[in-house]
Design a binder for this molecule. Structure first.
Ligand SMILES: [Fe+2]
Ligand SMILES: [Fe+2]
Length: 268
């Protein structure tokens, strides 16, 4: 039996504090993993002052040790990212079930060389309580799996969804067919990291990399002002209590399915 493949998936990176935390986490994970390496993925949809991503910020994440960057409902808030999203070599993708003419790649593939499984990562948006819902995420996952070019790849699916039930439903639907289904978007980590019956690792929400002295990453004062007065308010990214949150999944090179999943949290 060959040694398992480690994959760390970090939740939504929020603003400068989130970027700092995600890069610190990547550095610490790499130091712990040593030569055997692994793959580090992060959702970058909130890195630009809370929404969107620029090519410069993508560069910072990649130089900081993040191998692949995914996005969510804020994918196209900053259009400067579009050329990078469309370029084959850039390790960034937009959600796969956005409108079919949306610009950008629908998945990222990490080639790990001869004799080792590649890793394919893609994100689907939910349809419940989402301001910009995607098309049917179940059908989209079926299509992504059927159309993939490398059948042996380890597949990681990110469920960028608001409703816990929708995330669990997608994980059950894909159980035994992909290595992991991990939820993002709520910015609040859940305590349910586990392996489902068919061998798929699952966690309802990875939480965010960002300031937890906040309301899901934004200034507490600003959000409360808006909610208690109804006045339009700018939600600046908060500071303080910064953590990098996510999960570390070990995947069997023999089966392409999960051997373990653990919630990850690091103070930054
Ligand atoms: Fe987010
Ligand atoms: Fe989101």
């Amino acid at each position: 039996m060959s040694s398992p493949m480690r994959i760390a998936f970090l939740g939504d990176v929020v603003g400068q504090p989130g970027k700092r935390a995600a890069i610190a986490a990547a550095k610490s994970l790499r130091a712990a993993w040593g030569e055997s390496g692994g793959v580090i993925v992060a959702n970058g949809e909130n890195i630009r002052n809370g929404s969107g991503i620029t090519p410069e910020l993508l560069g910072h994440l990649v130089q900081g040790g993040i191998d692949a960057v995914t996005l969510g409902d804020h994918a196209l808030r900053e259009l400067k990212i579009v050329p990078a999203l469309e370029r084959a070599g850039e390790p960034i993708c937009r959600p796969a079930n956005m409108p079919y003419r949306a610009p950008g790649k629908r998945s990222v593939r990490i080639d790990r060389g001869t004799g080792r499984r590649g890793v394919t990562i893609f994100t689907v948006l939910g349809r419940t309580f989402m301001p910009t819902p995607g098309s049917d995420p179940f059908e989209c996952c079926e299509r992504m799996l059927a159309e993939r070019t490398h059948a042996d790849d380890i597949v990681i699916v990110e469920a960028h969804m608001e409703a816990t039930s929708e995330k669990i439903a997608l994980a059950r639907f894909l159980d035994g067919r992909v290595a992991a289904v991990v939820g993002t978007h709520t910015h609040v980590p859940t305590a349910d990291a586990r392996i489902l019956k068919g061998g798929t690792a699952f966690m309802t929400d990875l939480g965010m990399c960002g300031p937890y002295d906040s309301i899901i990453g934004r200034s507490t004062e600003a959000v409360l002002r808006h909610l208690t007065t109804g006045l339009p308010t700018q939600f600046d990214v908060a500071e303080g209590g910064t953590l990098a949150c996510g999960a570390v999944i070990e995947v069997s090179e023999d089966t392409g399915l999960a051997r373990s999943i653990e919630r990850y949290e690091m103070s930054a």
